[in-house]
Design a protein around this ligand. Structure first.
Ligand code: AMP
Length: 142
């Protein structure tokens, strides 16, 4: 059974500015920031500002704007890291692998022959994440 949206989830707190994030992009409807436990260098999350738990309870108009930002940030992350490809994924509910219950899309740059690290495996160094966010921001403005 699906639970209702909980406004105390960690991404809602990031949206309210209650906890910090390494932001790479923000507009009226969406926010993109570095995943603190990256599965690869440049692992970025994109979230809508509108509250929804996952894909199924989101307004389709929100999804349209969300994926416009996913495309923009994915192109910048690929360019910033000179990646060979990208994996883009989105989990729904605990059985689907979801651990934070505010809709989010993962963007992970991929390199030939380099495996993905484990999902939510370990915290990355804050300075490294800040440097990676800066690289993606530069690619977005370039
Ligand atoms: P999911 O399993 O799709 O719900 O993944 C949630 C993701 O959020 C994981 O990849 C975590 O590493 C990431 N995460 C958890 N807390 C934070 C945070 N405070 N800032 C950035 N990413 C986070």
């Amino acid at each position: 059974m699906t639970q209702p949206y909980d406004p105390q989830n960690i991404f809602a707190k990031i949206l309210r500015g209650e906890i910090p994030a390494h932001t790479v992009y923000e507009d009226e409807h969406t926010l993109a920031f570095m995943d603190v436990m990256p599965q690869g260098d440049g692992h970025t999350l994109v979230i809508p500002k509108a509250p929804s738990r996952g894909l199924l309870d989101a307004d389709p108009a929100v999804l349209g704007r969300l994926f416009a930002t996913v495309q923009k940030v994915a192109a910048a992350a690929k360019a910033a890291f000179q990646a060979d490809g990208l994996v883009i994924y989105q989990y729904n509910e605990p059985a689907g692998g979801q651990t934070v219950f505010h809709l989010h899309v993962h963007i992970v740059p991929r390199f030939e022959g380099v495996p993905l690290r484990r999902h939510a495996g370990g915290m990355a160094n804050g300075e490294l994440l800040a440097a990676h966010a800066k690289k993606i921001r530069a690619a977005l403005s370039g």
